[in-house]
Design a protein around this ligand. Structure first.
Ligand code: URA
Length: 264
């Protein structure tokens, strides 16, 4: 297995962050510093990050959580607000897969599998996320729906085509494949309908279902497999896309990866 993948599947970081950690010279294999994330390693190899032995492949866990409003989607919050991770006493270190705004409710996944999180959040794989939005300025007219479906121009570029259904005069269901920061809110605002209430109701093949606000459940092996196969694209191709916008997973690890490594 390649070194970056080994680190990601051990839960050290997402695969991209793991690559940066390797490039930064923080990883050794058999006591020798390695800067090539594609270097092949096996279970028998002694892999260290910052001098600490990496335990290969923890048991993978994935949880679905129904995020209430007022909870932040980071592993740790410097302002000490309640975090999504604190809702799941799993006994292993979990990271949120992507991010929902503090006011957004609904389905969020937590996992210790950096590789899976990478797959679910990287735009190359285009995993669909569906949101239900109650907006102001109702009724939402056909023109606004068409604009949302075709793509609207935001500060960070035009959005990809979205599936949009009007459920009521002021309620939309939107399915997008991107994950830009506050994307749904900005899209709706752009067409003259600021969002009042936003809930994510599905992530790839997984639906929020009957999970109560604040509740969580561990996904079955079948559900995890379905997530692994979600989206499109070739998972083996090396990352060539621009950085993921608005993605929080392992951000702190990436920041740490930019620190100068000792002995460089
Ligand atoms: N789009 C938003 O605007 N906010 C979210 O939390 C998720 C998607």
């Amino acid at each position: 297995m390649r070194l970056a993948k080994y680190l990601a599947s051990a839960g050290v970081a997402s695969r991209r962050a793991a690559e940066e950690i390797v490039w930064a010279g923080r990883v050794s294999v058999g006591g020798v510093c390695v800067r090539d994330p594609a270097r092949e390693v096996c279970r028998a190899d002694e892999v260290n990050v910052d001098g600490v032995r990496v335990v290969p492949e923890q048991a993978r866990v994935v949880y679905a959580v129904n995020k209430p409003a007022g909870i932040v989607c980071t592993a740790r919050d410097p302002q000490r607000r309640p975090t999504i991770v604190s809702l799941v006493p799993a006994g292993v270190r979990l990271y949120p897969v992507g991010r929902l705004d503090i006011d957004t409710t609904g389905l969020i996944l937590l996992t210790n599998d950096g590789e899976l999180a990478h797959h679910l959040t990287h735009p190359r794989f285009g995993v669909e996320k569906t949101y239900r939005a109650v907006v102001s300025g109702a009724p939402v007219r056909e023109r606004a729906l068409r604009a949302l479906r075709e793509g609207v121009v935001l500060q960070d570029g035009r959005t990809a085509p979205a599936r949009v259904t009007r459920l009521a005069a002021d309620t939309l269901e939107l399915t997008i494949r991107e994950g830009r920061k506050r994307q749904v809110r900005r899209m709706c605002e752009r067409v003259g309908h600021p969002v009042r209430v936003l809930e994510r109701i599905s992530f790839g093949p997984l639906e929020l279902g009957e999970l109560r606000p604040g509740a969580h459940r561990r996904l079955s092996a079948t559900e995890v497999l379905a997530l692994t196969n979600a989206g499109r694209g070739d998972r083996r191709r090396p990352a060539a896309s621009p950085p993921v916008r608005g993605r929080s997973f392992a951000a702190s690890v990436r920041r740490a990866a930019r620190r100068p490594a000792e002995g460089r």
